[in-house]
Design a protein around this ligand. Structure first.
Ligand SMILES: Cc1ncc(COP(=O)(O)O)c(C=O)c1O
Length: 401
């Protein structure tokens, strides 16, 4: 039976292969330490769960939820942005509820691109950014992120012919997988670039809170207060450990919000109102749980980096995100997939191969800090011992993100 050509472009072989490798290792008796996914192991705050539980018996929460039904949520999101970033937001026209940030970034290209239009997408980057461009039959121009440029894109390297056909720039900082961060100066340059070439600037911002410097991450809207080109995507999955609840929002230029809303009106009826109540409680209630989440990831980061150092492996200490981006020893520099499948088969430790995030991710692995420090330290030890046994002579990689 023939299916659409785009299915080929959406094949995520790497993660399917890792799934199989994990299942195979489990069958062979390995106990799996799964650090391959960024799914939080930390708890949702009780007041958030309480708000959802309180909504559950209410029959008003059981029907379809149209746009007007999301007003309280949009108001809470707009207020949070004002308080956090000093950006004033109209909840009626500049906020849109999403079923997770991934849903929004994957649908946005349908609203922005005509078939064949180019989207500028980072490589490495979060796979659904490219996925959404494929869904819209757009073309991808990869912005290769290099460690010597702090994993920030170099806009001046993009050929003019590409810029002529480009309609969309998709960025995400703090960045998955490299853990790089972006300054306000960078965002000003990105906004100016999009204004110059008439591009929509989409900023995927799920790690807004997960910074270890004491300062929250910079919003792209701080560099585009008039909302001339920007739409930003916020998620409840990371700050509030609510990945399974599937809720987020888009915030930014009214015309972009309206266009995305039109696409979504053909697709869904918004997230369940009870979960919206939980998200409102998350934004407006006590933030101790967020602070605990940040402190936990910081401590895990330090424990994992120290464990690498005990094997003379200097891994960068990221300023943000629950990830370490680790360059593999030279022998594995073109084989991150094979490295990860062999590592899980031999040790039970599952990591994400860098190639899964784009060609420029080859030679790296991403470690998600989603287990306790002791477990992470043991996993790093097993990884280093695996490298020593499998690599001859042993030569640790250089620092990553
Ligand atoms: C860059 C990025 N965007 C989006 C997501 C998913 O967010 P959500 O759960 O809100 O769809 C992730 C999850 O890891 C991510 O790293």
């Amino acid at each position: 039976m023939p299916f659409a050509h785009r299915l080929k472009l959406l094949q995520s072989n790497v993660f399917a292969e890792m799934d199989q490798a994990k299942a195979g290792a489990k069958r062979a008796g390995q106990s799996i330490v799964d650090l391959s996914l960024g799914s939080s192991d930390l708890p949702v705050a009780p007041h958030v769960l309480g708000a959802i539980a309180a909504a559950l018996p209410d029959p008003d929460s059981h029907g379809y939820c149209l746009f007007s039904g999301t007003a309280a949520f949009r108001a809470a999101a707009a207020r949070w942005y004002g308080d956090r970033f000093g950006v004033s937001v109209d909840p009626e026209t500049e906020v849109l509820l999403l079923i997770g940030s991934q849903e929004g970034t994957a649908h946005l290209p349908l609203a922005v691109l005509n078939p064949g239009d180019i989207a500028l997408v980072t490589d490495p980057g979060y796979p659904s950014h490219a996925g959404g461009v494929h869904l819209a039959s757009g073309q991808i121009y990869p912005l290769v992120l290099r460690p010597e440029h702090d994993f920030l894109p170099q806009f001046q390297e993009i050929p003019p012919a590409i810029l002529d056909q480009s309609r969309l720039l998709i960025l995400s900082y703090p960045h998955n997988p490299t853990a790089a961060t972006a300054s306000l100066a960078f965002w000003r340059s990105a906004v100016a670039f999009c204004q110059q070439y008439d591009l929509v600037l989409a900023h995927d911002f799920p790690y807004a809170d997960l910074c270890f410097t004491g300062q929250p991450a910079v919003s792209a809207l701080q560099a585009d207060r008039q909302k001339t080109v920007t739409v930003e995507f916020f998620s409840f999955s990371k700050s509030y450990n609510m990945g399974g609840f599937r809720i987020g929002y888009a915030i930014g230029k009214a015309e972009i919000i309206q266009a995305l809303r039109q696409i979504k009106a053909s697709v869904d009826f918004n997230q369940y109102p009870g979960i919206q109540q939980g998200a409102i409680a998350a934004l407006t209630g006590p933030q101790d749980n967020v602070n605990h989440t940040i402190a936990t990831y910081r401590q895990r980061r330090d424990a994992a980096v120290a464990a690498f150092l005990r094997y003379d492996w200097a891994v960068a200490r990221p300023q943000a995100t629950p990830y370490l981006w680790v360059r593999l020893p030279e022998d594995w520099s073109q084989r991150s997939m094979e490295f990860c499948t062999r590592l899980v088969a031999n040790t039970g430790v599952a990591l994400a191969p860098g190639i899964g995030f784009g060609n420029a991710g080859e030679g790296y692995v991403r470690i998600a800090l989603v287990q306790d420090s002791e477990v992470l330290e043991q996993a790093v030890e097993r990884l280093c011992q695996f490298c020593q046994a499998a690599t001859s002579p042993y030569s640790p990689g250089q620092t990553g993100g």
